[in-house]
Design a protein around this ligand. Structure first.
Ligand code: OGA
Ligand code: NI
Length: 363
């Protein structure tokens, strides 16, 4: 989440979705209604029983590296990253209390009166604070979602004015949660390196002081989920993304697999992990950053807490030499500075995998 120096861009009136449904529960303003080909119908997961994102058991990856369980799970991980770009992790070792505590304060935050949340505004052209990100024009359609985003690590990317004083334990819980998610990301990157036949520390050494940001997405119920989009289709600019979905919420996340939107049915106590654009580039496209989106439903709100983990802005990104072969696997992406990619990502609207065009070598 690189800072954006754009000072005043015309974005038109952005309605706060939670306020909208309070005053007119059955009305969907024009600016939220998508073109027919962009609408997010909620496919029943029953029609996709054959289509479940892979599950990786981290307890098996804690075993000695020569153990059959370890090797089998690494294989599963590598297939998940190649074929899906998405997987769920179970037995990740993060205490239930930590997960519940962040969910509690996030929910309390969104339930506060608008005046309170407005003390932490996401100014047009910036990506931290409360509001809607990625809006750059007056005619751009809006997502059926309220967001609260914060830079977390390193401390230099924080905007302390945006860390809320209410709910009381918000900052404390976010700190605790972020530490755990950071450890998880470092662990996952080790396993991902092993799955690619690379040295365990390969990513950690390359990434330097990794950048970590969090975005909380609150999707209120919608009287016409068939007309709107919760979150526009996109891939993530991160290296890895960790998504936590509030307990008992409806399925909302969908990923594009073989040209079909496949719903992700979260498992209890699991976290959803996805490969971001950065790992796609580093692996020369072997591991995929897959397009995904969120849809809404009529009955119940849905809350997700999403962590983006990425290299330091200074780091040069390009396909790793080990994974490029001029004859059989030529280099597909150019070399760039991660900070430049971050800036490019946040200064454009979400539009499928379009942001990766920045890095592609087009023949
Ligand atoms: C995101 C994201 C999906 C969701 O925040 O990048 O993909 O279900 N969220 O909230
Ligand atoms: Ni995403």
């Amino acid at each position: 989440m690189a800072p954006l120096p754009i000072s005043s861009i015309g974005v038109g009136k952005i309605d706060d979705v939670q306020e909208l449904i309070k005053s007119k529960p059955n009305k969907v303003p024009e600016r939220f209604i998508r073109e027919a080909n962009e609408r997010g119908v909620l496919v029943s997961h029953k029609t996709h029983l054959h289509h479940h994102i892979p599950v990786v058991d981290l307890s098996k990856l804690s075993k000695p590296h020569t153990d059959d369980d370890f090797l089998f799970e690494i294989l599963k991980l590598s297939q998940a990253c190649e074929d899906w770009g998405f997987f769920q992790v179970i037995n990740h070792g993060i205490e239930v209390g930590v997960v519940e505590d962040i969910e509690k304060v996030a929910k309390e935050f969104f339930e506060m009166p608008l005046e309170e949340k407005k003390k932490y505004p996401m100014e047009p052209g910036t990506v931290q604070g409360y509001g809607q990100a990625f809006i750059f024009s007056e005619d751009q359609k809006l997502d059926w979602c309220n967001m609260f985003a914060l830079g977390v690590h390193p401390p230099s990317i924080r905007n302390p004015k945006l860390w809320p004083s209410k709910p009381a334990r918000f900052s404390e819980n976010l700190e605790g949660y972020s530490k755990e998610i950071r450890k998880l990301c470092k662990r996952l990157l080790k396993y991902i390196a092993i799955s690619l036949d690379l040295k365990e520390e390969r990513f950690e050494e390359m990434f330097g002081e990794a950048v970590q940001a969090v975005r909380m997405n609150y999707y209120p119920p919608c009287s016409r989920p068939d007309l709107v989009m919760g979150l526009s289709p996109h891939s993530d600019g991160s290296a890895l993304t960790v998504l936590q979905q509030s307990k008992n919420s409806r399925v909302g996340l969908q990923i594009l697999k073989d040209n079909t939107w496949v719903p992700v049915q979260p498992l209890p106590n699991a976290l959803v992990i996805n490969i971001g654009d950065t790992i796609e580039v580093l692996t020369n496209g072997k591991y995929k950053s897959v397009e995904h989106r969120a849809v809404t439903n009529r009955e119940r709100e849905r809350l997700t807490i999403v962590t983006f983990y990425a290299p330091n802005y200074e780091v040069k990104i390009e396909p790793m030499g080990e994974l490029v072969d001029d004859e059989t696997n030529p280099c597909k992406y150019r070399s760039y500075n991660h900070g430049d990619y971050s800036y490019h990502y946040v200064s454009n609207k979400l539009q499928g995998k379009k942001s990766l065009d920045f890095a592609k070598i087009l023949n």
